[in-house]
Ligand binder design. Structure first.
Ligand code: 26V
Length: 845
């Protein structure tokens, strides 16, 4: 190959260019060389020419070029891992919200500027070309994006790891807004193929499902369980290389696609049942067809459990296969070499599956298998919402996973009769509470209890959340095993969320903090010394303004609404949920609008309220809130009486690539969940890093953010966790707030009118109803007053641009702690116990 293609030959010499120690060398790659490589790939990989190529073709050629560097490094990383037989973490997650890989990979390889220049000389604009890439939206929100940040940090820090998930054919739905309402459309991110991924048929797995279990008696009297599955599903792995920053390791994200098992197909086919065979095929393939919106309790229960089982079973076999290549079925060192992190309860079915594989297929005794399992697994909890803690009906298990059900019963029996009985002798109430099985008309399996019982460590995702996990969610478990519970506060990767998405701020950081801040985010604290420097403040605000201009252009393109970059950009972007309280934000906007209408000469700080949010398709109130934002926005934006002093925009189809444009342009970050409900939040960290001031409650990681950045540099409002709990315990009555606050009453009553929906009075009433008749479960009315005051403070400060700049600089300088590198180091120190890998550069294979 290399001799046929002169440019490939260049890459054959790549060892120095991607060498870890010689980090400058990628940056030294000449523009000329890159131009040649890109054009070469246009010809030989894409089959077109520079004259004819579409933007998509140019993008594909750029990816093919970059892949030469990536795959070289990937091979070396994998070779080094095998050589060292290193202990590795396997991060099991039903979601990886990767977004686009283009800019990130170029920045991590330090090729961005050279490729930009090369494309420019070829007559192309890098932004336009990279816009061709569809987002990999294989996640709902924070949980999936966290997994993506963690993989980036693991690769950057050279920790041996594999991310395992599902190769969904359709990611989270694409959102369209029609007449103000959300419409869901399929998201086919691989419609034209995904050039980053590689299929690995040599690592396929076959996964049994359904059928029945037989107990066989051996001649020596011992019993053996034999599972006769109804069918086999084929798992096909697709690998996405994840590039560490500055040419450190390249790790893989292995995503499993489901297919019909060949053998099964052929049996039916031979019996003349071609149509049956096709049906069988469709049934198997549906498993990895679509990502479920996580905050919907409806729909596809059976299929969801099948998805979870399918990807964890494939992943475990993959882990065992790799282990056995070195250890030949001697499981003595399995727990030494492997740790498996369960990202929420979705992959918890891996626990009985590993027991089953070890006992039934590898002949390990129960006690040794349980011993291994208890050392290997660790579980991260991401929410306290009771409805989000997964439970599966026993009858579904009987049908799909009969052997796993037996194993779960056995784990439960031993746990209740040994540990629980020893701690609380004869106490059936505690047993009922801690049991993996919930009794009732429909018996259920509690996946969170199974996770806690089997895991060596259980962590929450921010300090306050981890405290609540112990105190409120699992109080008895934490009494039983006080050392099992710990906290790992979330973090986000500064490579994507600063270096790649905010080039202006990145260059200010280079100037003030040196060139390593993207690796050592604590270094950004050095910028704080310029917080009072008027000329630096101006430069900082100029960067912000540039980002706002770019976002304003994007907003006009996407929504046709014209917004002024001189207005204060107030942003709330996140999944739509009552607990996140987008409707509190909306009530404030109505309050402000009403004041302006009442007093047309009133001068306020011009403000642009920016929303982005997807609602679960079956979550009607959430969809009504989206509708309300759109119709209220429409009215306000076109009301000339208020002189453009406020604008409201809803940006459709919020996703990672939009977040990268929105966050760097924000002045205010709305983080307004009811205290105690947002486990951590991660956009709060991204906003602060990019110099936005948080307007938020003392919830999740907001608490730690203002601890670092100063409460005085942000706008904190609302009830605390304790106050929320006591208000609820003493009988919260939203009507009191409604009757005692005329402004609040007026805006709520406005929702019943036809003011925003001419000729259709009541189209927005569901929101008011939930806040009054519905009991206002998330205390929107209780926090309204203090929310208004926080906004007033924000406007006051914004009038003093120098004071604002100072606070913004301090925020951006103080986020070192919230790098996902720190989170990963915490996991390594407190949960995983890993050592970094030296990637061998010289491999002779
Ligand atoms: C699931 C469900 C399912 C049933 C209906 C309501 C509901 C609401 C939320 C969820 C998602 C739970 C898991 C999750 O995404 N948690 C998020 O994890 C982030 C990363 O740790 C964290 O920053 C967010 O605060 C947390 O909500």
């Amino acid at each position: 190959m290399a001799t046929k293609h002169p440019h490939k030959k260049k890459v054959a010499e790549a060892p120095q260019t991607v060498a870890q120690k010689d980090v400058a060398s990628n940056a030294n790659l000449s523009v000329e060389e890159l131009k040649k490589l890109i054009v070469h790939h246009l010809h030989t990989t894409i089959g077109t020419s520079a004259q004819k190529a579409s933007k998509l073709a140019w993008w594909q050629a750029v990816v093919a070029t970059v892949n030469e560097f990536i795959f070289d490094r990937l091979t070396k990383t994998q070779y080094s891992n095998v050589q060292r037989d290193s202990r590795a973490v396997h991060y099991l997650s039903a979601e990886f919200l990767m977004g686009r890989l283009g800019v990130n990979n170029l920045c991590n390889l330090e090729l961005y500027d050279t490729v930009k220049e090369a494309l420019k000389e070829l007559g192309k604009d890098i932004h336009e070309i990279l816009e061709e890439e569809p987002d990999m939206a294989l996640g709902n929100g924070g949980l999936g994006r966290l997994a993506a940040c963690f993989i980036d940090s693991l690769a950057t820090l050279n920790y041996p790891c594999v991310g395992y998930g599902i190769h969904y054919e359709n990611g989270l739905f694409r959102q369209e807004i029609r007449e103000g309402r959300q419409v869901e459309r399929p998201d086919s991110w691989r419609e034209y193929g995904c050039p980053w991924e590689v299929c690995r048929p040599e690592s396929e797995q076959n996964i049994p499902i359904g059928g029945y279990v037989e107990t066989q008696q051996a001649p020596d009297g011992s019993q053996r369980k034999v599972w006769h599955p109804k069918s086999l599903i084929k798992g096909v792995p697709w690998d996405i290389p994840v590039v560490g920053y500055r040419g450190s390791s390249v790790t893989i994200l292995r995503l499993w696609e489901s297919r019909a098992n060949d053998a099964f197909d052929w049996d039916v086919f031979n019996a003349g049942g071609y149509v049956d065979a096709q049906e069988e095929k469709a049934e198997a393939e549906v498993i990895s067809k679509v990502l479920y919106p996580n905050d919907s309790t409806e729909a596809g229960k059976m299929l969801r459990l099948t998805q979870q089982y399918f990807f964890t079973a494939c992943s475990l076999r993959d882990i065992l296969r790799r282990y056995n290549r070195a250890h030949h079925h001697d499981y003595g060192k399995f727990a030494l070499k492997n740790v498996i992190q369960l990202n929420d309860t979705h992959p918890v079915i891996a626990i009985p599956e590993l027991m089953r594989l070890l006992i039934d297929e590898e002949g390990v005794a129960w006690d040794q298998a349980w011993n291994i399992v208890q050392q290997v697994f660790a579980y991260t909890n991401h929410t306290l919402l009771p409805e989000a803690l997964e439970k599966w009906p026993v009858y579904i298990f009987e049908k799909l996973l009969p052997r796993h059900l037996e194993i779960i019963y056995e784990i439960n029996y031993r746990f209740l009769n040994n540990e629980v009985e020893a701690m609380w002798p004869g106490n059936d109430d505690v047993k009922r509470k801690l049991s993996i099985i919930e009794e009732g008309p429909c018996r259920m399996i509690r996946m969170a209890n199974l996770a806690v019982i089997a895991s060596s460590r259980v962590n929450g995702v921010a300090k306050i959340h981890s405290d609540l996990v112990k105190a409120d969610l699992f109080p008895e478990f934490s009494k039983l095993w006080p050392n099992k519970f710990c906290n790992v506060t979330n973090g986000v990767t500064p490579r994507r969320w600063l270096l790649s998405c905010n080039k202006g701020l990145a260059s200010l950081l280079n100037e003030t903090c040196g060139n390593d801040w993207a690796l050592h985010l604590d270094d950004t604290i050095k910028m704080k010394q310029y917080a009072d420097d008027a000329s630096f403040q101006k430069r900082f605000m100029d960067v912000k303004r540039e980002n706002k201009v770019a976002l304003a252009e994007e907003i006009e393109k996407l929504t046709s609404v014209v917004v002024s970059p001189d207005s204060m950009f107030d942003v709330q972007v996140k999944r739509l949920h009552e607990y996140k309280r987008q409707h509190l934000n909306l009530l404030y906007i109505l309050y402000l609008y009403r004041k302006l209408l009442a007093n047309p000469s009133l001068k306020i700080v011009p403000q642009t309220f920016i929303f982005g949010a997807k609602a679960a398709p079956a979550y009607h109130l959430a969809k009504d809130i989206i509708y309300a934002i759109n119709v209220i926005g429409d009215k306000i934006n076109n009301d000339h009486r208020i002189n453009n002093q406020i604008k409201v925009v809803f940006i459709p189809n919020y996703r990672v690539s939009l977040a990268e444009k929105i966050i760097p342009a924000a002045d205010i970050s709305e983080q307004i969940s009811t205290a105690g409900y947002e486990a951590s939040g991660t956009s709060n960290m991204k906003f602060s890093m990019n110099g936005a001031l948080t307007l938020g409650t003392m919830d999740g990681a907001n608490i730690e953010i203002v601890e670092k950045a100063g409460i005085e540099n942000n706008f904190i409002f609302g009830l605390s966790v304790e106050e929320v709990q006591s208000l609820k315990a003493n009988g919260y009555n939203p009507w009191e707030y409604y009757n005692n606050n005329p402004d609040l009453k007026a805006v709520l009553d406005w929702l019943d009118s036809d003011y925003f929906t001419p000729s259709y009075a009541g189209a927005l009433s569901s929101i008011k109803r939930s806040l009054l008749d519905g009991g206002d479960p998330f205390l929107v009315l209780a926090d309204f007053d203090s929310y208004v005051k926080a906004h007033e403070k924000a406007q006051e400060l914004y009038k003093d641009q120098s004071a604002w700049a100072r606070a913004a600089i301090i925020n951006a300088s103080s986020m070192g702690f919230f790098s996902s590198d720190r989170s990963i180091q915490d996991y390594v120190d407190n949960v995983w116990n890993l050592k970094t890998l030296d990637v061998v550069d010289d491999i002779t294979m």
